[in-house]
Design a protein around this ligand. Structure first.
Ligand code: HEM
Length: 358
């Protein structure tokens, strides 16, 4: 009997123990189980760190580094959605390239001022007698002035496109600038090829009288007569004019070739080639504009009588002897009186001016 009661009491205690343990298990389980969520997130994050998201690998990353994809559009590079070099090009163009322009202009203006203030104007030593010699044929003058006109047009429109956003939007407003930029771009793109053809003709036509020789060395040693006042000997072209000519052929050639590369994208030019052509074009054009200021100054205000040759085709014998003595010896048998060819005015025939002393 006692045994039976003892067994019953033991069974009851075991039952209570089981209940208590079960309750404890439920309580602990209820608290711990939600933490599993955090574990899941931790594992998922660890996994995503190790493996790259397959979508970003195949799409955005590939696109961003300029890899080629698949497209039905036919053409060069059509499969490349983003070309990385574009951003580098933009930074170079709007940064270093744009920044050299004020320097080139500054150096050109300082150079011209030095020549003007130290050397003075190159006036004629002798009073013009009215006798003239032929210097430039009609076709040469037409070629020169058409090239010069187009050069000025291209310089204005080209600089407007390079600096327009910064300089002209504040003046014209966005709509005004957009309208002007459209016209400037069309003008630049259509005039460019004709200008290139003229530069090529100039190069072909005038190479023969721009071959460097020893006389040019002596001319440079004497500072071209600009600083010392004494006129060094020169043939048909002097050393300075030859420098201008070869600058046009080489640097101007780079401007024209890079312009053609950009203007006619029909030979499989890649975007990278276009960006490089654009940078070469802008830098070389800025240098050309800088030297052009020097040429225009020397051809007009700087040298009395020089413009007559390009205007009328004839120069006074006094100018020829003073600036191109060796060439004058070659052409002196063609000397004529200015009135014979209807030249009534201009330095070549002006009789009423006192001759300069320097
Ligand atoms: C509108 C401004 C310009 C003026 C006032 C001007 C003036 C002159 C003058 C007076 C001459 C004759 C020099 C002489 O007889 O010895 C000349 C020659 C020349 N000019 Fe111009 N010019 C101008 C623009 C240009 C431009 C824009 C270019 C080229 C893109 C150019 C290229 C030449 C060349 C290649 C020569 C012959 C020089 C040589 O063969 O060495 N000129 N210029």
């Amino acid at each position: 009997m006692k045994n039976r009661e003892q067994k019953k009491a033991n069974g009851k205690r075991a039952h209570v123990r089981i209940m208590l343990w079960s309750l404890l298990l439920i309580a602990v389980g209820a608290m711990v189980a939600p933490l599993g969520g955090y574990l899941f997130v931790e594992i998922a994050e660890a996994q995503s760190f190790e493996q790259t998201n397959p979508r970003s690998e195949t799409t955005w990353r590939d696109v961003r580094v300029g890899n080629e994809g698949i497209t039905t559009v036919r053409g060069d590079e059509t499969g490349v959605l983003i070309q990385n070099g574009g951003e580098n090009w933009r930074q170079l163009r709007n940064g270093i390239v744009a920044a050299i322009m004020p320097w080139v202009m500054g150096i050109a203006l300082v150079g011209i001022s030095l020549v003007y203030f130290i050397g003075g104007k190159h006036k004629l030593d002798e009073k013009p007698s009215g006798r003239v010699v032929p210097r430039w044929k009609l076709w040469e003058r037409v070629l020169h002035w058409s090239t010069a006109t187009m050069f000025i047009l291209l310089s204005i429109t080209g600089l407007s496109l390079l600096f327009g956003r910064a300089v002209m939007i504040p003046l014209l407003g966005p709509e005004g600038f957009a309208a002007y930029a459209g016209v400037a771009m069309m003008t630049h793109n259509y005039v460019g090829p004709f200008f290139t053809a003229c530069v090529a003709l100039m190069a072909l036509a005038w190479t023969w009288h721009n071959i460097p020789n020893r006389t040019d060395l002596a001319w440079f040693k004497a500072g071209g007569g600009f600083l010392k006042g004494k006129h060094p000997s020169a043939g048909r072209m002097n050393g300075g004019e030859k420098v201008w000519f070869w600058f046009i052929v080489l640097v101007g050639g780079a401007v024209c070739v890079s312009g053609v590369v950009m203007n006619f994208p029909i030979w499989g030019q890649t975007r990278e080639m276009m960006q490089q052509a654009n940078l070469v074009h802008a830098v070389a054009a800025i240098l050309w504009i800088g030297l052009f200021f020097g040429h225009a100054y020397i051809g007009t205000l700087g040298t009395e009588g020089a413009i007559d040759g390009m205007k009328t085709g004839y120069v006074s014998v006094e100018w020829a002897k003073q600036h191109h003595d060796l060439w004058y010896e070659e052409v002196k048998d063609q000397e004529i009186d200015a009135s014979e060819i209807g030249l009534e005015s201009g330095v070549a025939v002006r009789q009423d001016r006192p001759a300069s002393t320097g």
